[in-house]
Ligand binder design. Structure first.
Ligand code: NDP
Length: 228
């Protein structure tokens, strides 16, 4: 399925590595102008070389004030991918307050904050939009040592539905993609399987008009894991 995002501006968080980086490249190849948001500047520099003309924004999305400063004036955005996350693996009894707060501020609160900024812009411009939250299979099924991470992804399910409900009247759709383990830097910490490309394809489908009647929903990219 060839998707065309010409004339649209997309913002991708966690754009420096893994799924976010490949999503930027796929959107760029499909004609979108892309704002690439990530934390490590070297990643954004190398990404800008691969995709000349993208707009890099270097910020720690776990820092509310810094995020407001970096993205508050980002201007019109049609497509948003909330992808940035950290997977802090600890046994439940060893999770610290810092682990918990960092997990929620990066994985959930930043999606909340960036979506508010972007959705306000969409509403002001009177344009429709599509937002994809990159969640995880762990919103549905548990694995050892991922209590804080899994809690952020479980909460993301209800955030996605709530945003879909509140933003639907403005023609802004909100969905999630819920991958199983994929072999990015984060994925290698846990175990193995599908291709990053499979996840990116589902993100692009939900961003596109091909999924025009889908909102408040989620696509599992789990190689059938939950069916077993
Ligand atoms: P990676 O660790 O490969 O990449 C994450 C990207 O997000 C990096 O560029 C990282 O930058 C950036 N990032 C992390 N924290 C921040 C922050 N505070 N501010 C700005 N940028 C930040 O992760 P994946 O590509 O594997 O994961 C992407 C998404 O997919 C996540 O939401 C994850 O939960 C989800 N997912 C991943 C799975 C997997 O197996 N890989 C499975 C299921 C879901 P930096 O490195 O500089 O910190």
């Amino acid at each position: 399925m060839q998707l065309n995002f010409s004339g649209l501006r997309a913002l991708v968080t966690g754009a420096g590595k893994g799924i976010g980086r490949d999503t930027v490249k796929a959107l760029y190849a499909s004609g979108a102008r892309v704002v690439a948001v990530s934390r490590t500047n070297a990643d954004l520099v190398s990404l800008s070389k691969e995709c000349p003309g993208i707009e890099p924004v270097c910020v720690d999305l776990g820092d509310w004030k810094a995020t407001e400063k970096a993205l508050g004036g980002v201007g019109p955005v049609d497509l948003l991918v909330n992808n940035a996350a950290v997977a802090l693996m600890r046994p439940f009894l060893e999770v610290t307050k810092e682990d918990f707060d960092r997990s929620f501020s990066v994985n959930l609160r930043s999606a909340f904050q960036v979506s508010q900024i972007v959705a306000r812009g969409m509403i002001n411009c009177g344009v429709p939009g599509s937002i994809v939250n990159v969640s995880s299979m762990v919103a549905h099924v548990t694995f050892p040592n991922l209590a804080a991470y899994s809690a952020t992804k479980g909460a993301m399910t209800m955030l996605t539905k709530s945003m879909a409900m509140d933003l639907g009247p403005y023609k802004i759709r909100v969905n999630s993609v819920n991958p199983t383990v994929v072999l990015t830097a984060m994925g290698q910490k846990v175990s193995a399987d599908p291709e990053v490309e499979d996840v990116v394809n589902s993100i692009l489908f939900l961003l596109s008009g091909r999924s025009a009647s889908t909102s408040g929903s989620g696509i599992l990219v789990d190689a059938g894991y939950l069916a077993s």
